[in-house]
Design a binder for this molecule. Sequence first.
Ligand code: UDP
Length: 346
Amino acid sequence: MSKQKIIVTGGAGYIGSHTVVELIEAGYEPIIVDNYSNADRGIIVQIEKITGKTVQHYELDCNDLAAFRKVFEAEKNVLGSIHFAAAKAVGESVANPLKYYHNNLQSLVNLLQLQLEFGLEYLVFSSSCTVYGQPEKLPVTENSPIQKANSPYGNTKQICEEIIEDTVTSKAKLKAASLRYFNPIGAHPSAMIGELPFGVPNNLVPFITQTAAGLRESLTIFGHDYDTVDGTCVRDYIHVVDLAKAHVRALDWLQSQEQNSLHEAFNLGMGKGYTVLEIVQTFEKVNDLKLNYRLGDRRPGDVVKIYGNVDKASHILKWQTKLGIEEALKDAWRWEERLKGIELVK
Ligand code: UDP
């Protein structure tokens, strides 16, 4: 039997590249579609080195419907897609909301239109716990109320879920899973792929590793007087390899479903909260080094405390996290060290 093809938009990005590796290892044939606006072309070679397989890839913007259609015309018998391609910087989305609404919404609309036209029944969508805002009750479940988004980026994730829901409600032949990620961290244990922020990182762990590597002078911890165990914000972190595997499980599960149309959301995290200070201290401990950091002001718009209940993914997708923050922070550091030796195109 020939391998089942899956279109992976944003497949050269951080979570996308790890998912491509897991798809290949599970016997799928991923087809990467990426415009490299926030990814490096060299990542494809790294994926090929890890898996020993060549990976079909197309350079294009999913917002360009005509160019995107050519992929569907060229690739026969594609089973479904995993949609990562999106802009994801919260601050930038506040400064430039139209970029986010145009980019993140249009690319999904194009993908859905092409899926229906070419008969691809399965979609795994990259959503986020940002849809919950600051929840009143913790841990959040998939039934926790969706709050008004606190950034245009967050709003695009909410609207994208609604677009999928409405498409399914219209009785289109579409089975979809929206995966609500908590905070993905870490890198592939081979240290061949990992997070590759362009410019100053917004996220905590790349900032930590770049500080440890001497690329940044010091990490600022945003806020230390919150109502938490040590005054710093609480997040639910998840190793990117565990997260990548969940996409394969979601795809397998969707294929086992008999209805013509369905849409389910799943939380994906460790199901446990860690403070920023706990992350910093664990990073220092597992990598046996000292990090230059200081306690600074709160970052506007930060959620104080969030962690998820991940029972639904565990029961339905038969998925469990296997890796903890220790492994994630070791892998993140190994990747940062390895980055020096990798020839990247951009
Ligand atoms: N954070 C920090 N310093 C940084 C970057 C992040 O203290 O340089 C904190 C941030 O305030 C938050 C946590 O680390 O409490 C995770 O932030 P990140 O931006 O990685 O994810 P998100 O805010 O989307 O959960």
